[in-house]
Design a protein around this ligand. Structure first.
Ligand SMILES: NC(=O)C1=CN([C@@H]2O[C@H](COP(=O)(O)OP(=O)(O)OC[C@H]3O[C@@H](n4cnc5c(N)ncnc54)[C@H](OP(=O)(O)O)[C@@H]3O)[C@@H](O)[C@H]2O)[C@@H](O)CC1
Ligand SMILES: [K+]
Length: 546
């Protein structure tokens, strides 16, 4: 499944499945609990074996007042069936548990004690010495607002999380697994009362996500508190025909952008010499003046490596020599004096993608060039990628912004986003209920263009509301990708893929994925120059579906 489920969408799917008679709520809860136990044992295979002194494995299961707590009781039962010793605690009133959670509570209560999660809980479980696993089933997608269990439970909660008992960095045992979400984390935003990593935050070693990832699992803010994430299908996995929110993931099975790219790579041989070079598109990148061409050269090299049939770098006449000397011979270089010359160049129908912004400049000449590129008369190609200086020009020029089209791709980093949408950027910082997905969607709708908002969690949004999250955290974290020029390479990759025929949204999604794959393939020590060179190996793997 490549759909990302918001809390609302998850509930709708659950309701529809239950109403259709395909499954009961109880069955879903059983699947969730069973999947969680399998995920826990897959994550820590040593827990299948007896403890260090040959004793039973021990878990403390903390159940909350809703169905997340119900999942906790299922996990408790299934672990006990495997010979574990379990201490189960309930935070909340059993009389008020929702029906399925109540059923699982009662089933457990019939055979073993359930203690209230209060101050005595610590002593009740003998200070929890020798505990292998803490199961956090206090809150899932139903969490809203600040989570601060009142009274004695608050004391325990403090002990667990604020004192670092479950903190990933503090001690490695007991493991802490969160069911669906670390409790208190908002499913749609990843917001928690205390940011992950700060003293007092909920930090799981493992989060088992039921059905599909929620935005919180992918957005950086949430992912930081989730630890590793394992997905457990629970049979609600009908792929929406046109999901509002997609997950860009690697590489197969993925019916989204990466798959379409993979199919193209596999089907037409991608860089095979079969066709004419212009059959594979012609990308044009514009560079700034003398001494400022590096960024556009990176973009040009990336566009060529990613598969554009031909790439031309156009620059002011004074920079021609510099660019010709510095670029590989395969990139064509031409002088481009002014906006009139660009209009003329764009008269060539073979030029079908244009990258403008890296190292470009923000003066009047550049604004006029941008205006020519955004020519309101244009229908169809070229598709535009606008980055860096082009975004700065757009930020202060409403008339130019009005000329953007849905297929044009804007690729701001957070600083550029603050320039082009200052109010959204401010809201993103100040309003915990407003996620990066919300910000990118609103910017795309307002600008009438596709927006790729960069970060370890990159969000790509179209003006019609369709959006995708590409997460480079957890196993896919590539912090060394935050290196000078990496953004220019990304813009070039998008431009090359658009030249190759992908639409702006698909090109942006696929490029975000390729960009990180290249960084992971290269590893630490990476510079932006290395990224285009890492593409052939990544494309080769993609064509083999691995
Ligand atoms: N949907 C599905 O398909 C499936 C769902 N499943 C599982 O169910 C989970 C969703 O269950 P859920 O809807 O009952 O919500 P849940 O997270 O247990 O919390 C609700 C309770 O918490 C309370 N509460 C909320 N915020 C609070 C706060 N800040 N501080 C304190 N209390 C707060 C809230 O109180 P209220 O707001 O009602 O007063 C209410 O009592 C889901 O994540 C998954 O694990 C699976 O079993 C399989 C299929
Ligand atoms: K939880």
């Amino acid at each position: 499944m490549t759909e990302v489920l918001t809390a609302d969408r998850m509930r709708t799917l659950e309701r529809e499945a239950i109403e259709s008679g395909r499954v009961t709520g109880l069955e879903l809860m059983e699947r969730a609990g069973k999947g969680a136990v399998e995920a826990i044992l897959a994550e820590w295979p040593e827990l299948e074996r007896p403890g260090p002194v040959g004793g039973d494995r021990r878990a403390v299961v903390l159940c909350g007042p809703g169905n997340n707590g119900g999942d906790g009781f299922v996990v408790a039962r299934l672990l006990r069936e495997r010979g574990w010793q379990i201490d189960a605690f309930l935070w909340g009133d059993p009389e008020r548990l929702p029906p399925d959670a109540r059923t699982n509570h009662d089933r457990w209560a019939a055979t073993a004690p359930i203690r209230p999660l209060d101050e005595d809980a610590w002593g009740a479980a003998e200070g929890w010495t020798g505990v292998d696993l803490i199961v956090d089933a206090l809150l899932g997608i139903g969490a809203s607002g600040p989570f601060a269990p009142p009274g004695p439970a608050g004391w325990l909660y403090h002990r667990l999380f604020e004192d670092g008992y479950c903190g990933t960095g503090v001690i490695s045992r007991p493991y802490c697994v969160s069911l669906d979400l670390p409790s208190g984390m908002e499913a749609d935003t990843g917001a928690t009362e205390v940011p992950p990593g700060a003293d007092g935050s909920v930090m799981a070693h493992l989060t088992v996500a039921f059905g599909a990832p929620k935005p919180a699992h992918l957005l950086a803010e949430g992912a930081a508190g989730c630890g590793r994430i394992r997905l457990v299908p629970i049979g609600l996995d009908a792929e929406a025909a046109d999901p509002g929110l997609r997950w860009v993931r690697a590489p197969l099975p993925d019916p989204g952008a990466v798959r379409r790219l993979a199919a193209k790579v596999a089907d037409d041989g991608w860089c095979a010499p079969a066709g004419h070079k212009y059959d594979h598109g012609h990308a044009l990148t514009l560079s700034g003046g003398m001494g400022r061409g590096g960024a556009a050269r990176l973009a040009a090299r990336a566009a060529l490596r990613v598969g554009a049939g031909a790439v031309t770098l156009a620059c002011p006449p004074s920079a021609l020599m510099e660019n010709a000397v510095r670029l590989p011979d395969a990139v064509m270089v031409r002088a481009l004096r002014d906006a009139g010359a660009l209009r003329e160049a764009l008269g060539d129908p073979r030029i079908n993608a244009l990258c403008l912004g890296p190292g470009f400049g923000t003066g009047e000449r550049e604004a006029a060039l941008l205006d020519a590129a955004l020519d309101p008369g244009r229908e169809g190609p070229p598709a535009l990628v606008l980055d860096a200086d082009a975004l700065t020009i757009l930020a202060s020029n409403e008339a130019l912004r009005a000329k953007l089209r849905p297929a044009d791709v804007l690729t701001p980093h957070p600083g550029e986003f603050a320039r082009i949408a200052p109010d959204l950027s401010q809201r993103l910082r100040e309003d915990a209920g407003f996620s990066k997905v919300d910000a990118a969607r609103e910017a795309a709708a307002r600008l009438g263009a596709t927006v790729l908002l960069k970060g370890p969690d990159t969000v790509i949004a179209r003006p019609d509301g369709r959006a995708a999250i590409h997460a480079a955290n957890g196993d896919r974290a590539a912090p060394w990708l935050a290196t000078a020029g990496a953004g220019d390479v990304l813009a070039g990759m998008i431009c090359g893929l658009m030249a190759r025929g992908l639409d702006g949204f698909d090109a942006a999604c696929a490029a975000a994925w390729l960009h990180v794959e290249c960084a992971l393939a290269f590893g630490p020590g990476l510079t932006a120059d290395d990224l285009p060179e890492a593409l052939p190996a990544v494309l080769a793997r993609l064509s083999q579906g691995t």
